[in-house]
Ligand binder design. Structure first.
Ligand code: PMP
Length: 389
């Protein structure tokens, strides 16, 4: 991949140069006063980005899967019941984690590209004695945006803890953790949060922390135990150093910069920009005659597009797009993997990235023999962007 290629996959994504400079700066001691204040500020900012003023933030070295594991390991005990609202690949992973930690798992499923029916989820919650329910905010394997506000509120009505996997959504899709009553919002650094891979992040409600405090059995993983990390997060936020395991110093510095940029943009403005970008891409897909994997625009994510290859075109398209200077991703959902591809549009995306990507896809499709009027997709993007100003 050339340094000038545009990385338009659903994570990692393009990062802001100021964030990358923070990552490449001289590594500080993890107990140095400047690092203590940087880490403390990052924690406070994470709370603001998740719109969760009462939540406890956790930032731990690891990927998004570790964030999922932290939620599961701390919130369930063997024999307790967990409901997984399953929209695809990463919901399957959540179910696997629950089983690994000894929970009894029930899943509400739907066909790929669809979202589960909230009324059905509510019926299952009503009959289930569940400790926790999970949903994937944006399922990266299908490009589907789950109705998380309704799901979280349904869990709340039944006294069930809610965990939302925001790895492909946080700071890109609208989410009001505290107002909606979500107990855990978990995420990773490498997508809409705008920091290279390597951090697992969670914001945990007081109710979820109480549930963890009243466990009868110890958390089975040492590295994932809130009990080890809570004193560390509290100490750094209070301006003191504390040690359990070495923090990813440079990534935390980069995170502090990125979260600052995100808050300067403003959460609502940032969500709106991701919607505008997604709508511009959708105009292009329509002009190119490409069908999206989500069954309707109302359930389609604003952080990525999942698109079926048109008739006569296969995964070789991705190589052709790469020759045009843009990197896209293949399919991931096990049932449909070879039939679709994905375009990530998170973090520092604007008109320039949309036009470059759509232009590259248009040329690559033409080279693959797909018939579309030259320039029609780019014109559709321009029309959408001008209308949205
Ligand atoms: N959940 C979702 C929705 C994801 O998109 C991903 C990563 N693509 C994960 C969890 C796992 O994150 P990681 O690959 O960073 O472990």
């Amino acid at each position: 991949m050339s340094e000038r290629d545009l990385l338009m996959i659903p994570g990692p994504v393009e990062f802001d140069p100021e964030v990358l400079r923070a990552l490449g700066a001289k590594t500080a001691s993890h107990v140095a006063p400047e690092f203590i204040s940087t880490f403390g500020r990052a924690l406070k900012r994470l709370r603001e980005v998740c719109l969760a003023p009462s939540a406890q933030p956790f930032v731990v070295a690891g990927s998004g899967t570790l964030a999922m594991e932290l939620a599961v390991a701390n919130l369930v005990e063997p024999g307790e019941r967990a409901l997984v609202v399953n929209t695809g690949y990463f919901s399957d992973r959540m179910a696997t984690l629950f089983e690994r930690y000894g929970a009894e798992v029930v899943q509400v499923r739907c066909a790929p590209g669809e979202v589960p029916d909230v009324a059905e989820v509510e019926r299952v919650l009503a009959g289930g004695r569940f400790k926790v329910m999970t949903a994937t905010h944006v399922d990266t394997s299908t490009g589907v945006l789950a109705p998380v506000e309704a799901l979280v509120k349904a869990a709340g009505r039944h006294g069930v803890l809610s965990v939302v996997d925001g790895v492909c959504a946080t700071a890109g899709e609208t989410f009001h953790q505290e107002a909606w009553g979500a107990d855990v919002y978990l995420t990773a650094s490498q997508k809409a949060l705008g920091v290279p891979p390597g951090l697992a992040l969670l914001t945990v409600s007081p109710r979820a922390l109480d549930a963890w405090r009243s466990r009868r059995t110890p958390v089975r993983s040492l590295y994932a135990d809130f009990g080890e990390w809570l004193p560390i997060m509290e100490a750094y936020e209070a301006g003191r150093a504390a040690y359990f395991a070495t923090p990813a110093v440079n990534l935390v510095c980069a995170l502090e910069v990125s979260l600052g940029q995100i808050l300067r943009e403003g959460m609502e403005a940032r969500f709106a920009r991701h919607r505008r970008v997604a709508h511009a891409f959708r105009a292009a897909w329509r002009a190119l005659g490409l069908r999206m994997l989500p069954v309707s625009e109302s359930v389609a994510a604003h952080t990525l597009s999942a698109l079926y290859y048109p008739e006569g075109v296969d995964a070789a398209l991705l190589g052709r797009v790469r020759e045009q200077g843009v990197v896209l991703a293949g399919g991931l959902h096990p049932q449909l993997k070879a039939r679709y591809f994905r375009v990530g549009h998170m973090n520092v995306v604007g008109p320039g990235e949309v036009l470059a990507t759509v232009g590259a896809v248009e040329r690559a499709l033409a080279a693959a023999g797909h018939r579309a009027e030259p320039g029609a997709a780019v014109a559709a993007v321009q029309a959408e962007l001008l209308a949205a100003r």
